[in-house]
Design a binder for this molecule. Structure first.
Ligand code: ZN
Length: 387
């Protein structure tokens, strides 16, 4: 072994052990997660100088930092331990949040040692997750799924990539925005993950403020089918929340739900006569008959896309993400009132009389048939004319 490779090896070894160490001793820091219950932060120190006080600063993403003072315990042989137990639910922390934490140690000689900051993800430890991390359409996608097969993760990645590309075109997110996706083996497991943390579904939706996409993929055989609708739908809600932040709550229902429904389905919708009024769908809260309202909203988004183009949808998305209300956004972008939009939407989506539909569907054949009759008529009439 050459001298420099020995130096490099020594350096790497030092970097690993000193990574959580510093002058004045050796320090080891770890955080252990029990999902739905606690996160235990433990600092172990080997030092000649007694430790007097230890503080732990915890900063969950999007939360203010909090500093806790911990009394160190002497374990003997110059070994000390400080431990802090965080109960996420009591602390009001959502599941799946990432926490940055940093220990500071004071020794009897008055020295202050700061252990480099580390992060821990408060994730569901009830499953052994497999993981794919890959960039897709400007986002940093991470997919977690349990089980032996790689297929659910790969299937999910393909769908996530397509959806992210469509959404990026409508409402761009900052480069490398993290897009974490968990594939639960059952809906019961998914809901248990939420309930363990004092959350739950509402109208089949997880709270997009959790900052993760949660969907169900039962096994490797069904994954692609299980995910085809729900994954683009949930990614859309996640995306709108990332773009709109606090304005997400005020977004018109027809837009945030309709976009998710429309992107999740290649189907075209047939609106029925008892359409929700658009004024109703302009409210942020889901209407009482939310399943019907969701389908109607999908139709409306599709109608806007077909009649006014992708740019109109993108402008609406940007306006709603900045907190514009329904009437203002529709009139400034589409040059009409909500009532006018509703009228043209209903005129275009209401079922037409059977005869009209028949002509629309079979127009070309009818035209050919008619042309045939005319030709025949001409042929029949011509000899008569000569007589
Ligand atoms: Zn939805």
């Amino acid at each position: 072994m050459k001298w420099y490779s020995l130096v490099v090896t020594l350096f790497i070894w030092l970097a690993l052990t000193v990574g959580v160490g510093a002058q004045g001793g050796q320090f080891e820091s770890e955080a252990a997660v029990t999902f739905g219950q606690r996160i235990v932060f433990t600092l172990t120190a080997v030092t000649d100088e007694p430790l007097t006080t230890v503080t732990l600063t915890i900063q969950p993403t999007h939360f203010p930092p909090q500093t806790e003072t911990v009394t160190p315990r002497q374990l003997g042989d110059g070994r000390w331990q400080a431990q802090y137990v965080l109960e996420p639910q009591a602390a009001g922390l959502p599941p799946f949040v990432t926490i940055t934490y940093e220990w500071q140690v004071n020794t009897s000689s008055g020295e202050t040692i700061t252990i480099p900051a580390q992060t821990v993800a408060y994730q569901d430890d009830r499953f052994a997750w497999k993981k794919i991390e890959q960039a897709a359409a400007g986002t940093a996608v991470t997919i977690f799924w349990p089980g032996e097969s790689d297929k659910p993760g790969r299937d999910a990645f393909v769908i996530a990539q397509q959806t992210a590309a469509q959404l990026q075109e409508l409402l761009p997110l900052p480069a490398a925005t993290p897009l974490p996706i968990f594939l639960y083996p059952s809906t019961a497991d998914l809901r248990a993950a939420l309930r363990l943390n004092g959350h739950d579904w509402a109208q089949g939706h997880t709270d997009p403020a959790l900052g993760v996409v949660l969907v169900t993929a039962v096994n490797s055989k069904t994954a692609a089918d299980d995910l085809r609708g729900p994954l683009p739908h949930e990614i859309t809600h996640f995306w709108l929340y990332q773009a709109a932040g606090p304005h997400y709550a005020d977004m018109p229902y027809w837009f945030k739900e309709g976009l998710a429904v429309w992107l999740a389905s290649g189907d075209t919708y047939e609106a029925t006569a008892d359409s929700q009024s658009l004024t109703n769908l302009c409210r942020a809260d889901p209407p009482a008959d939310w399943e019907m309202a969701a389908a109607q909203s999908g139709t409306l988004v599709q109608f806007v896309d077909e009649q006014y183009g992708r740019e109109a949808l993108a402008l609406l998305a940007a306006a709603f993400a900045q907190g514009a209300d329904c009437e203002t956004a529709v009139s400034s972008i589409m040059g009409q009132s909500v009532a006018e939009l509703e009228a043209s939407w209903l005129a275009n989506t209401q079922p037409r009389p059977t005869a009209v539909r028949f002509v629309q569907q079979h127009g070309m054949w009818l035209l050919l048939l008619l042309a045939g009759f005319v030709l025949m008529g001409l042929l029949v009439m011509r000899p008569g004319g000569k007589n």
